[in-house]
Design a protein around this ligand. Structure first.
Ligand SMILES: [Zn+2]
Ligand SMILES: [Zn+2]
Length: 747
């Protein structure tokens, strides 16, 4: 480098799984733009990449061989100080390399080095009148030989003096000749305006009805709560939580602030968007996985510039660059889709709480009919304020739930291996005859076989981990997927002595075949991952249900959420047991949530409704609490299962999962052994025995995409101990091992 004086250097983080930042020199010409949080284009060994400036350093003596930053495409830094800090928090809390944490915060198109400025902004041509032709007489003179020009002039005049040319030609069928004629006559000019591509621009519902007394009470209590304490709105299905959110957000936006509304991806339907747009109109930016790169970049830029103030979207919308952020709503806060499946494995609810803190007092509002036990635990400890909406709108009753015991209830003989009782059969047949609709829910297909006694319903579990043991063929044994414990497959039940039975869940296709044969006149729609892979496809299926073109909707957990069809009078949970005996400590919680949510789909109209739950474990607390629509009953029964003398699980401890995957089984298991040994050593030598290490054991899903999978679980009451462990591991950056703090799935 030539010249004297001080040189400035930037610490740049690249979007790669590396923990350290790279140093680049800041050219004088870019000094104004190269600030913390800014995107920069920097040279790397082969070509160049987009990175984020983490810090600026002044140094008196020049460092040798430091390359200069090539470009800084943005006038304003892409990341505000709060979002840059949120990246650091994710990196530290989840043990993810900072580069990956920052990569998650900015949308994909903004990392493209080919177009570092992002996809070009679309612009549109607008015709603007430049001269007024006041009197009728003058009008007749000016347009004497051009009556069509007069039509065009008056159309634009009626639109307020300017209009997009595309609108004039496409909608009003005016020709370009006529439009150009107005320009040559000096009556108008053509301007170029940047336009925001918004595929949702046409959606809007009428503004919502006024709030019920209950809803008003919750709105007022939320507004009166301390802004730095998150609020949980626990409202039964059909209690109108969305109206409460919209009302709260209206207050936030009216005060000049911005807001984020997070919804599970599956619930981000055109109806949801229309309801939000019905209140906020063009202030809304929708962030959806189905957007094109250009649409995504436009939505991001409109928020960053403050042109739009309300962001709606799934998990990643927690990073939306909303200016003057006043509130974040996390709807269905218990939903597992809020957890990111790859590094940084953040939970959007927890990231929302952290972001609100960093933004200086933005409010967090969580909502659910079936909150997670983690959130309920925080309400008990006073860290979250809990408000309830105990009744459905219009005091409509929650539907009665019949629990049908599959061990004893008479079955339809034609059903064969499919658990189909006469009670459910009669209910479905009756609804069809009356022209009403039916929802049939099947848990996700079991991938693991478990053993159950057909007489008493007992399922053998691991003595150390209290999760169901699963059956393996080679060698024939029952195995615990947390700690690796093994025991022989029992031929008779340990409780009652009856011969045992091996069970595995039923698939939705199998059920569809049977139901179609059983009710040949019924129009059936199936909704699962196979039928909903394309954009909006689940929405199209639901639209058919809403229009009455479907008699029976059957599917997996997807159908449990947010549907509101007044003509659905029968909801059947065909086999609750698969979910109940998943090898996961949250199996009961997930089953409770699923049954309670799907039960909430029945009886939303004046005809009422009834729910049928088929199970071999009718006395299980998850089934009983769901049948009573009682979150409180469930929490009271479930929490003792996760506290001493039982094996500890969240929320009484924090949990981190280390997953090792590899092509060779032996090598994968050996790495898992070394990870477990490292953790045990760290626990005893440096953390005074604060860690409990389980495993290694094969993951319940033992092979995935050709890779063998093993895992090790670490529990600790002290969050700090787990933080130290994940950060120490981050420094090692072992490629075959992924770290998942606060995992929502242990499969
Ligand atoms: Zn038994
Ligand atoms: Zn175990």
């Amino acid at each position: 480098m030539t010249g004297g004086g001080s040189a400035r250097y930037a610490e740049v983080v690249l979007p790669v799984p590396v923990s350290r930042a790279y140093t680049y020199q800041v050219p004088d010409a870019l000094a104004d733009r190269v600030v913390p949080g800014a995107r920069v284009v920097v040279p790397v060994r082969r070509g160049s990449v987009v990175g984020i400036v983490n810090a600026i350093r002044d140094q008196l003596s020049a460092i040798r061989d430091i390359k200069p930053i090539s470009a800084a495409p943005d006038e304003q830094p892409a990341l505000t100080p709060a979002l840059l800090q949120l990246g650091h928090w994710m990196s530290d809390y989840y043990g993810a390399p900072l580069g990956l944490a920052l990569r998650a915060i900015l949308p994909g198109p903004l990392w493209s080095v080919a177009r570092p400025a992002g996809p070009g902004e679309a612009s549109e041509r607008v015709l603007a009148l430049t001269q007024r032709v006041e009197s009728l007489l003058e009008r007749e003179r000016v347009f004497k030989r051009a009556p069509k020009r007069r039509v065009a002039y008056e159309a634009v005049e009626a639109l307020g003096g300017s209009a997009p040319i595309r609108h004039l030609t496409d909608q009003l069928k005016l020709s370009n000749t006529v439009i150009n004629g107005l320009v040559t006559q000096g009556l108008a000019r053509i301007d170029r305006h940047t336009e925001t591509r918004d595929p949702f621009a046409a959606l809007s519902s009428p503004p919502p009805a006024s709030l019920t007394a209950d809803q008003q009470r919750v709105v007022a209590a939320t507004q009166n709560a301390a802004a730095d304490t998150p609020v949980l709105i626990q409202g039964v299905t059909g209690s109108g939580k969305t109206l409460v959110y919209l009302d709260l957000l209206r207050g936030v936006v009216a005060s000049g602030q911005g807001a984020i509304l997070l919804v599970p991806e599956i619930a981000l339907t055109p109806q949801t968007v229309a309801r939000v747009r019905g209140v906020f109109g063009d202030q809304v930016a929708v962030l959806h996985s189905g957007l094109s790169d250009g649409e995504r970049a436009d939505a991001w830029r409109a928020l960053r510039r403050g042109e739009r103030r309300v962001a709606v979207g799934p998990r990643s919308a927690v990073f939306a660059p909303v200016q003057r952020l006043g509130a974040i709503v996390v709807d269905e806060e218990h939903d597992p889709s809020y957890k990111q499946g790859s590094a940084p494995r953040y939970h959007a609810r927890d990231a929302a709480v952290e972001r609100a803190r960093l933004e200086g007092g933005a409010r967090v509002i969580l909502g659910s009919a079936t909150p997670s036990l983690e959130t309920l635990d925080l309400t008990r400890r006073g860290r979250v304020v809990r408000l309830t909406l105990p009744e459905r709108v219009g005091a409509r009753p929650l539907p009665p739930v019949d629990v049908i015991d599959l061990k004893t209830a008479p079955r339809v003989p034609e059903a064969g291996a499919i658990p189909w009782t006469e009670a459910l059969d009669g209910a479905v047949g009756g609804a069809l005859q009356r022209g009403e609709q039916v929802i049939l829910l099947l848990n996700r297909r079991g991938f693991a076989t478990f053993v159950q006694c057909p007489a008493c319903g007992h399922v053998p579990g691991c003595p150390q981990c209290a999760i169901a043991l699963t059956v393996h063929q080679t060698p024939a044994a029952m195995r615990c997927h947390y700690c690796g414990h093994e025991e022989p497959v029992p031929e008779i039940c340990a409780i009652c002595g009856h011969a045992t039975q091996r069970l595995r869940g039923l698939g939705t296709q199998q059920l569809e075949h049977f139901v179609a044969a059983r009710f040949p006149a019924a129009r059936i729609a199936r909704m699962d991952l196979d039928t909903t892979s394309t954009k909006w496809s689940h929405h199209h299926i639901l639209e058919r249900v809403a229009r009455g073109e479907v008699d029976i909707l059957l599917g997996t957990q997807m159908i449990a959420k947010g549907l509101d069809f007044p003509n659905v009078t029968v909801v059947g949970v065909v086999d609750a047991d698969t979910g109940l005996h998943f090898p996961d400590f949250r199996a009961a919680e997930r089953t409770f949530q699923l049954v309670a949510q799907v039960a909430g789909r029945a009886g939303r109209g004046p005809k009422g409704g009834r729910v049928y739950v088929q199970t071999r474990s009718p006395d299980h607390h998850a089934i009983q609490a769901a049948a009573a629509h009682s979150m409180e009953a469930f929490a009271e029964a479930e929490l003792p299962h996760r506290t001493p003398p039982n094996p500890l699980y969240p929320p009484s401890v924090g949990l981190v999962r280390f997953v090792v995957s590899g092509r060779e089984q032996g090598r994968t298991a050996a790495i898992a052994e070394r990870v477990a040994a490292w953790l045990r050593r760290a626990g005893t030598e440096r953390l005074e025995g604060a860690l409990t290490v389980l495993g290694p054991a094969p993951c319940p899903i033992t092979r995935l995409k050709g890779l063998w999978r093993w895992h090790v679980l670490v529990k600790a009451a002290e969050a700090r101990a787990l933080g130290r462990v994940v950060r120490a591991w981050r420094a090692k950056s072992h490629r075959a091992v992924t770290v998942d703090r606060d995992p929502v799935s242990l499969l």
